[in-house]
Design a protein around this ligand. Sequence first.
Ligand code: SF4
Length: 225
Amino acid sequence: MKEDMTLSCVDCGTQNCKFKDRTYPDFCLTTNLKEEDKEWAMEKYDEARNKEIMIASAEVEYEGYCQWSRVQEIMEFARKIKAHRIGIANCIGLINEARIFAKILRANGFEPYAVICKVAGQAKTSVGIPEKCENIGPAMCNPILQARLLNEAHTDLNVVIGLCVGHDSLFYKYSEAYVTTLVTKDRVTGNNPAAALYTAHSYYHKKFFPNAPKPTFKPKEDTDK
Ligand code: SF4
């Protein structure tokens, strides 16, 4: 490990902040925590609807643990926070998934309202995006407008379905309602970005670790002999 590397929770092998019966590493973010930072965060849970959101999230996690799909979790969460009008900020590439989700919402008593990423059909170059980017389609995604229109529709909770990396960042920034994500787009893994992590030491190894030595595969010993 490089000496100048800043260590953090990803470098910890104990997760003792949860388990409590192991050891904390020297660089532990819990044992090195400033009291004022902890207090600041804990006080925030008393602001606006943060406590309600925290309690509803924990109850959904507990009540449907390993039983409810994320679609169902979102509906149960929405019920708990009394969200009726559900905004959908979807990518045009996932319009079918957005339609199915809206149908499920309606069947369960919610009122979906969707704004697609290409709303207003602005040219990419109109915001300074290089012209070459129009080769994969001239209309820009408009996450700030998606947020604005959902804000004007007074949605109680917004759900992201497949917004691009970065466009989602802008949507999260400008949405007035709380946001959760149903689908994270990944064009090469069928919207399962974790697949690249699960295969980071096999199929994706060369792509992600271009300077690493080639992994050596040792055949497993046959223990039946
Ligand atoms: S807070 Fe401390 S114990 Fe918990 S994961 Fe981070 S380094 Fe490990």
